[in-house]
Write a protein that binds this ligand. Structure first.
Ligand SMILES: [Zn+2]
Length: 202
C-alpha cells in the first residue's frame, strides 16, 4: 500500500533516557563558549545537537513512530554511534546518538524498533569530556538506492537542526506507561458496557 503523507502522524520526540540534564543545547547561541572554536575548526557554526549528561545508562527509541536502524558506527576513537530513521508527516529524519558504550548496541542495521525499545547503553566514547549522550536530528531524503542524504548539509551544522520544536520532555517509558494505562481503562469500560448489555439480555 502506498503511504500518503497525511496518513502519517506528526513527529514527536520524547526523552530517550530516564534522567536528563542538558549540558549543551543546539546552535551557536547554546554552545558552550569554550567549545565554539573547536566546532568552528570542524567546519560548524556551533554545537550540532543536544548533549545530555548521563553516566552509562540505557538508551531507548524515543519517537512516536517505529524507527529504522540505518547505521551503526563502531570506531571507538571517533565514538560509537547509532543512526535511526523516522518517517512522519514532516518527512524522513535521521536521529543520531553518539558516545555510546563500546559493545552495548543491541540492535542491528536494518532492524525496525518500536517506541520505547532498548537500543544501547550511553557512554563516553569519541570526542567527549565526560559521560554524556549527544543527540542530533537531521532531515534526510531517500534516494532510489535507499540511501538517506542530509537535506540541509550546508547549513553550518552538517545538516543537523534543533530538535526543540518536536521535543516533549517526558521519558519515553513513562509515556508508554501512560498509554498502557489509557488502553487498560478503555478496555475496562468496554467490558463493563458489554457486561451490562449481557445482564439486560438475561
Ligand atoms: Zn554534542
Amino acid at each position: 500500500m502506498r503511504i500518503y503523507k497525511y496518513m502519517l502522524p506528526k513527529l514527536k520526540i520524547y526523552r530517550p533516557i530516564r534522567r536528563n540534564r542538558i549540558s549543551q543545547g543546539f546552535g551557536v547561541e547554546n554552545t558552550a563558549p569554550h567549545l565554539l572554536e573547536a566546532y568552528k575548526k570542524m567546519g560548524m557554526r556551533g554545537h550540532n545537537g543536544v548533549d545530555l549528561v548521563v553516566d552509562h545508562k540505557p538508551l531507548f527509541w524515543n519517537c512516536n513512530v517505529r524507527g529504522f536502524v540505518y547505521k551503526i558506527s563502531v570506531d571507538v576513537k571517533g565514538g560509537i554511534g547509532l543512526d535511526i530513521i523516522s518517517q512522519t508527516r514532516e518527512g524522513y529524519y535521521k536521529h543520531r546518538y553518539w558516545h555510546l558504550k563500546e559493545g552495548s548496541i543491541i540492535v542491528k542495521e536494518g532492524d525496525w524498533v518500536d517506541s520505547g525499545q532498548l537500543l544501547a547503553t550511553t557512554g563516553n566514547t569519541g570526542w567527549s569530556t565526560g559521560p554524556h549522550l549527544h543527540y542530533g536530528l537531521k532531515p534526510v531524503i531517500r534516494d532510489m538506492n535507499n540511501i538517506y542524504h542530509n537535506s540541509l548539509q550546508n547549513n553550518g551544522y552538517y545538516g543537523a537542526v534543533d530538535l526543540a520544536p518536536f521535543f516533549t520532555n517526558i521519558f519515553i517509558l513513562n509515556l508508554m506507561k501512560v498509554l498502557y494505562e489509557q488502553v487498560l481503562s478503555l478496555m475496562r469500560r468496554i467490558f463493563k458496557t458489554q457486561r451490562s448489555l449481557l445482564n439486560k439480555n438475561i
